[in-house]
Design a protein around this ligand. Structure first.
Ligand SMILES: [Zn+2]
Ligand SMILES: [Zn+2]
Length: 410
């Protein structure tokens, strides 16, 4: 996050802060006046603005003044770069903008590229569900960003065990052996495995505890409105629910030294994973499904509530007795397709009925009139069938191709 903050400062936020809170405005007020209430308030505001300020070199610019492609305004704001208040505000906007962009880009791509739109015909798919999922996600995002910001501030202020250089840990591992020199990479691999085991285990239990009725009713229920979720439901939850499930990711850099770029990568990957396991694709029969908590497992969690609470892997669910393997017959696409067929038949019946009534009116008016046309026009059953087929063309027919497509999903 420190790199993200520095880049944001360099290219946008230095200018924004300098424009909104120019340096010297309050300082001049305090320095030039005899003490009054107003001056005391100015002095207080100034000390809040400088809270946590460690000096001009604490947060250096990425570029020197002369090499920067953008004019730097680091010293032009009342709030220096290392002001805690400024960091809280800046990181809030970075977290909010980051989750906003990630949500819209990845969820949209997943919805159009991976999600099977026939699932929208499932009997438990809500009316306007996608719009409802997006609305709840938009509502949750600022609250979620506000809750995680203190962790990010701690991170950029160096209170975690995150480290920059690969060589910092593991340099002495394998000293004097044939693997001498590979220690730092071995440590990095160790830290990634530990990271994944820790977060997987913690997220399993946090998610499971969120299903305790007291917490479920207050926090987790909004995310389970979607019995058949779409990728837009990934962030459609109560902000405290999302925050609780992200806690292991914020705690681990305080207890395990981990390279900060690896950490950032893992943080991005889990966000992508969270969206992808909501794409509803029930791939079953693959040997990896025994180990990986896939979209199929999470689809079953949304349908049956008390199974498959895990994150990346299934081991915690197996340990906790909540593992439910995906099976072909549990795929919600079957009910969705049945419902489509039912709707198609209903629409066909209604269309036939409407045509019959129309024909009846037509023949009645012919008899009433010059009685010219009594040739059975539009009256035959075959003709009715043909016409009603056209009328119901807006309801997708389950063709042989689609049936085989269902089978291909396995
Ligand atoms: Zn749940
Ligand atoms: Zn979910």
């Amino acid at each position: 996050m420190d790199v993200a903050l520095r880049i944001a400062d360099e290219y946008a936020l230095d200018s924004a802060w300098a424009w909104a809170f120019p340096a010297g405005s309050l300082a001049a007020n305090v320095a030039s006046s005899t003490p009054t209430v107003k001056d005391s308030l100015s002095a207080l505001a100034l000390s809040i603005a400088r809270l946590g300020h460690r000096g001009p070199d604490a947060f250096p610019t990425l570029f020197t003044e002369s090499s920067s492609p953008f004019a730097t305004h680091q010293s032009a704001s009342l709030f220096p770069r290392d002001s805690v208040v400024r960091q809280l505000v800046s990181l809030f906007w970075i977290a909010y903008a980051g989750s906003f962009l990630l949500y819209w880009s990845v969820s949209t791509a997943s919805y159009y590229a991976l999600f099977d739109r026939r699932l929208e015909h499932h009997p438990r798919f809500l009316k306007n569900q996608v719009a409802k999922e997006i609305a709840l996600s938009m509502k949750a995002m600022p609250g979620m960003a506000a809750l995680i910001v203190p962790w990010f501030v701690g991170e950029v202020r160096g209170t975690t065990l995150l480290y920059d250089s690969v060589e910092e840990y593991g340099a002495t591992w394998f000293k004097g052996t044939a693997l001498d020199g590979y220690g730092p990479w071995a440590y990095m691999a160790f830290s990634v495995v530990t990271f994944m085991v820790f977060t997987d285990w913690c997220i399993y239990w946090i998610h499971r505890w969120l299903h305790i009725p007291f917490l479920y009713k207050r926090l987790h229920k909004p995310h389970h409105r979607w019995l058949v979720p779409t990728p837009f439901s990934a962030l459609a939850f109560h902000p405290v629910d999302g925050y609780a499930q992200s806690m292991p990711y914020h705690i681990i850099p305080y207890i395990l030294p981990i390279n900060k770029f690896v950490y950032f990568g893992m943080f991005m990957i889990v966000n992508l994973w969270t969206i992808l396991i909501h794409d509803g694709d029930m791939i079953s029969g693959h040997f990896l499904e025994k180990f990986i908590n896939s979209p199929a497992h999470h689809t079953l969690h949304h349908l049956y509530f008390t199974c498959n609470y895990g994150q990346y892997f299934t081991w915690a669910d197996k340990y906790g007795g909540s593992y439910r393997p995906p099976r072909e017959d549990l795929d919600p696409i079957h009910d969705a397709v049945k419902n489509m067929e039912r709707k198609r038949k209903l629409a066909e019946k209604e269309a036939k009925q409407a045509l019959r009534e129309q024909n009846k009116q037509f023949s009645d008016s012919s008899i009433d009139g010059d009685q010219e046309s009594d040739s059975g026009y539009e009256g035959s059953e075959a003709e009715l069938d043909k016409k009603s087929e056209v009328k119901v063309s807006h309801v997708r027919t389950i063709s042989k191709d689609e049936s085989s497509d269902i089978r291909r999903r396995r």
